[in-house]
Design a protein around this ligand. Structure first.
Ligand code: KIV
Ligand code: NA
Length: 265
């Protein structure tokens, strides 16, 4: 049960073993996910949505990512922990980007970072990797660019955007990224990228032809009731379970059933 490394993900791709990845944002959840045997835990900037209740990931700050990152690292023994660089922290000024990246690595103890984007920020990514920090890329639907797209619809359906995605993926591999998240793109394109590149492709809404899968934990546990894209599979209905537990507690308090004698000092 040794610690998962970026090198180990490479080996898993080579021998065709699929990589499991899930988000977590706090100590308690991360402990459960790690002890269940997850390969990779992503401290996603989706914390903006599921932890903070924002409608986009844009408000997330570096300090907030560091708070979540440190909390997750405290709960993890085996999984590789990756922290998302938030919107604006890696945007075409390599010196500032490296400074931000170093802060996250130092203050969280995470193993690696994930950064949205391709060619436009390749100098930033190269500088961070050259400083010794492992970076995972993120292409396809990039939620930090939602104001540019105007929609969370499937990306790279046309030839031009698919070509750019393939070129960006190749570029990310060339500068030394250890893997790439492919979000919400056609399964055929994702499979083609996974076949053509040596580094692992982790899909979300990208079909089964990639090297691993990632989901947002609140979505797959059914804590979110109102988010049901086609790609999501729900493995539990925690919304109902939690709601019922909370209602039972309210009832017991109101009826003076809780606490009873055994629960008192
Ligand atoms: O922030 C996040 O949760 C992510 C995954 C959906 C890949 O980036
Ligand atoms: Na993210």
């Amino acid at each position: 049960n040794r610690k998962v490394t970026t090198h180990r993900l490479q080996e898993m791709k080579q021998r065709g073993e699929k990589i499991s990845m899930l988000t977590a944002y706090d100590y308690s959840m991360a402990s459960i996910v790690d002890q269940a045997g997850m390969d990779v835990i992503l401290v996603g900037d989706s914390a903006s949505n599921v932890m903070a209740g924002n409608t986009t990931t844009l408000p997330m700050t570096l300090d907030q990512m560091i708070y979540h990152g440190k909390s997750v690292v405290n709960g993890v023994k085996r999984a590789l922990v990756i922290v998302d660089m938030p919107f604006g922290s890696c945007s075409g000024n390599p010196t500032l980007s490296l400074e931000a990246a170093i802060r996250v690595m130092k203050e969280t103890g995470a193993d690696a970072l994930k950064i949205e984007g391709g060619k436009e920020i390749i100098a930033d990514i190269k500088k961070i990797i050259d400083a010794g920090i492992p970076v995972m890329g993120h292409l396809g639907l990039m939620p930090q660019s939602i104001n540019k797209y105007g929609t969370y619809a499937v990306r790279a359906k046309d030839g031009a955007e698919a070509d750019k995605l393939m070129a960006d993926a190749t570029l990310l591999q060339e500068v030394g990224c250890f893997g790439i998240v492919l979000e919400k793109i056609p399964a055929t394109l994702a499979e083609q990228v996974a076949k053509e590149l040596a580094i692992p492709m982790i899909g979300i809404g990208a079909g089964g032809g990639v090297d691993g899968q990632v989901l947002v934990i609140h979505d797959m546990l059914g804590i979110n009731k109102d988010f049901s894209p086609k790609f999501l599979r729900r493995y539990a209905d925690l919304h109902t379970m939690m709601s019922q537990a909370v209602q039972s507690y309210i009832k017991d308090v109101k009826e003076s059933d809780f606490p009873n004698e055994k629960e008192s000092y």
